[in-house]
Design a binder for this molecule. Structure first.
Ligand code: FE
Length: 237
């Protein structure tokens, strides 16, 4: 538990830095569209952004963090990691039984074979949805999340209500996400930690057997890999 908390604390300044950069960018764009004067201050950063900026300045000034490295990290999060990576993993598992078996046995290695590895994805476990079982992922302690396959976690994933309610009342939470499961289906909730990150392998929607791997990937949503959603075609049927 302690290690888990430490890990997240260690990485959170970078993560918050990303959001701060976004906030700053939004402020900039917002300011640009307004020539008129009115009484609120567009240049004001929110409390978190101010703290992040102060922290970042200190770390850069003291030489603990290279500003260019921080930029590279943000660029990486924006352009190279994200849920489309996870969707490719799922689509491969749906079309290649051997890969699927490997993915369930050794998620880290199978995912890395598609080029997705690195920080926050060092130890991956893929859990498979079946007609009898639905899996759902949470980090009750903080916000542990498999970055290489899913990108940065959505705000709700980090929120206290999701973190507590996913465990206490998963059926109600799923309903709020628009997921209605048959009453007899088992729901298993996995608690992510710094040591192990989980990804859900959703069930392949019926009637999609003839689709190509890339067509299948387009059906795989981020939420379906967290377990708070289903692949697109299964929602539409
Ligand atoms: Fe966490």
């Amino acid at each position: 538990m302690v290690v888990g908390a430490l890990n997240c604390l260690l990485f959170s300044p970078l993560r918050i830095g990303y959001y701060a950069a976004m906030t700053e960018k939004d402020n900039f764009e917002h300011t640009h569209h307004h020539d008129h004067s009115h009484d609120h201050d567009h240049s004001r950063l929110d409390e978190t952004a101010v703290r992040v900026r102060a922290l970042e300045s200190l770390l850069v000034d003291k030489g603990y963090v290279d500003a260019a490295a921080l930029d590279a990290l943000i660029e990486n999060c924006e352009t190279r990691i994200g849920p489309r990576n996870g969707a490719q993993v799922v689509a491969r598992a749906w079309t290649d039984a051997k890969f699927r078996k490997w993915l369930l046995e050794d998620g880290t290695a199978a995912i890395a074979s598609l080029g997705f590895s690195g920080r926050q994805g060092e130890h991956m476990k893929v859990v498979e949805n079946t007609p009898e079982l639905h899996n759902m992922v949470v980090c009750t302690l903080c916000s542990c999340y498999p970055w290489p396959v899913l990108g940065l976690p959505p705000t709700w994933y980090k929120s206290a209500p999701y973190r507590s309610r996913a465990v206490r009342e998963p059926v109600a939470v799923l309903q709020e996400f628009g997921v209605e499961l048959p009453a007899e289906k088992l729901i298993r909730v996995w608690d992510s930690t710094a040591e192990m990150r989980y990804m859900v392998l959703p069930e392949q929607p019926a009637g999609t057997e003839s689709l190509s791997e890339s067509e299948l990937a387009s059906l795989v949503t981020r939420d379906s890999m967290i377990g708070t959603g289903l692949p697109l075609a299964s929602v539409q049927k």
